[in-house]
Design a protein around this ligand. Structure first.
Ligand code: APR
Ligand code: ZN
Ligand code: ZN
Length: 374
């Protein structure tokens, strides 16, 4: 492409300081270095994790930063040595990488890569530099992907090539929310047919858990949220019961235990609060129950150990347990074969310039997923 090897000037949403609205600015995006890929983003979703970032809840991420981690786009150019993608390929930038070489990547039991930004500088690319500048200042990356930019530079091992037939304005959800929730049920909990499940939080992530539990053949799916407006969609996606903790005097874990006799087989926390993580744990049965934590928080948790002593299992999951470069293309093929309908999670589609409106919809509980089009 004519832009290969050159700095590209384009629009991006910059977070200059915590707690402030995003500012759509002209930024410069440097060409990819060796082992990197420059992607022309076509679309990006807005996830609660971006909101956590904007509120300053990521201690390892410094401002100014370009948020966004649920994007889809087309390769514009590649750096030296890149072999797995070429200009023109449709791709998903991966906020959870897969180097394929480290001992964890070679271990089929985990999807956590030792060369991930989680074990290094989250703000910068692996060589500890940024490819973004704005008004003469360096702008930081977010989770290596920064999808709130028309162009972004990403390490090759954080890029998944996908089917050329995939609609980018729909499959961007596979870059975080859908894959995380669906995989938490399928891969992390390994929900069994005929089982009972409870899902706390019915945002894009929690509703994807509902879809995963349904696909796994769960007999009863109890959906929990303090916003009853989420219940219609939860039912449409497979929830059998929808409950609002504010409608009950007793703690919701007691309500769930009474509803099921002994607590659910699998519970999931897709909110990101310490208290609902403990509630989710207490809602699964004391012997064989499995609780999966998905929500992100930095808060400390204190629990009574007897919750675990009787046999419960408490697990965490990142990116739904998928090894992303291997699995996301396959998951998108299943989507194209209509094995599930993740499009139902998309409630709003907005032009990129309305990014702050997208966050307002999320904060007001009015959207599940808003998709921004560049
Ligand atoms: N009890 C029950 N539901 C709650 C509570 C509560 N105390 N507090 C909030 N909720 C509900 C909200 O009403 C909302 O429907 O949790 C849901 C959260 O959804 P979103 O804000 O859309 O978040 P989502 O993008 O789905 O992400 C959920 O997963 O990846 C992580 O960082 C992400 O921690 C976040 C979580
Ligand atoms: Zn690795
Ligand atoms: Zn996310």
């Amino acid at each position: 492409m004519a832009t290969a090897g050159k700095v590209i000037r384009c629009r991006a949403a910059v977070a200059w300081a915590p707690g402030k609205p995003l500012s759509v600015e002209e930024v410069e995006v440097a060409p990819p270095k060796a082992g990197e890929v420059r992607i022309k983003l076509v679309t990006t979703g807005i996830c609660q994790t971006d909101e956590h970032l904007l509120q300053g809840c990521f201690p390892n991420t410094e401002f100014p930063v370009i948020p966004g981690h649920e994007g889809a786009g087309i390769v514009e150019s590649i750096g030296e040595g890149v072999t797995s993608v070429k200009p023109g390929d449709k791709v998903i930038p991966l906020c959870h990488p897969q180097c394929g070489e480290c001992s964890f990547c070679r271990n089929p039991e985990t999807n956590y890569c030792q060369r991930s930004h989680f074990s290094g500088p989250q703000n910068l690319l692996p060589d500890k530099t940024s490819r973004f500048t704005c008004k003469g200042k360096q702008i930081n990356h977010f989770l290596w992907v920064s999808t709130f930019a028309e162009y972004s530079v990403v390490p090759e091992y954080a890029v998944a090539k996908i089917d050329a037939a995939a609609p980018l304005d729909k499959v961007c959800l596979f870059g975080c929310g859908f894959s995380t929730g669906y995989g938490a049920a399928i891969n992390t909990a390994k929900v069994k047919a005929g089982s009972t499940c409870a899902i706390f939080g019915l945002g894009g992530v929690g509703l994807s858990v509902v879809m995963g539990c349904k696909a796994a053949g769960a007999a009863r799916i109890i959906a929990v949220d303090i916003n009853k407006d989420k219940f219609a969609k939860a039912k449409e996606l497979g929830a059998t019961d929808c409950i609002n903790p504010r409608d009950f005097k007793k703690p919701i874990q007691e309500v769930i235990t009474e509803m099921t006799g002994q607590g659910v087989d699998y519970s999931f926390e897709a909110i990101g609060h310490a208290d609902t993580m403990i509630t989710a744990l207490a809602s699964c049965n004391m012997n064989t129950g499995v609780c999966v934590m998905i929500g992100v928080t930095d808060s400390e948790i204190s629990i009574n150990p007897t919750l675990l002593l009787t046999g419960r299992t408490w697990k965490g999951t990142m990116f739904g347990g998928w090894k992303p470069r291997d699995s996301i293309p396959k998951l998108i093929s299943s989507y194209l074969e209509k094995k599930f309908n993740s499009d139902l999670l998309i409630t709003h589609t907005l032009p990129f310039a309305k990014v702050n409106e997208g966050f307002e919809l999320l904060r007001a509980g009015k959207s599940i997923r808003s998709i921004l089009l560049f």
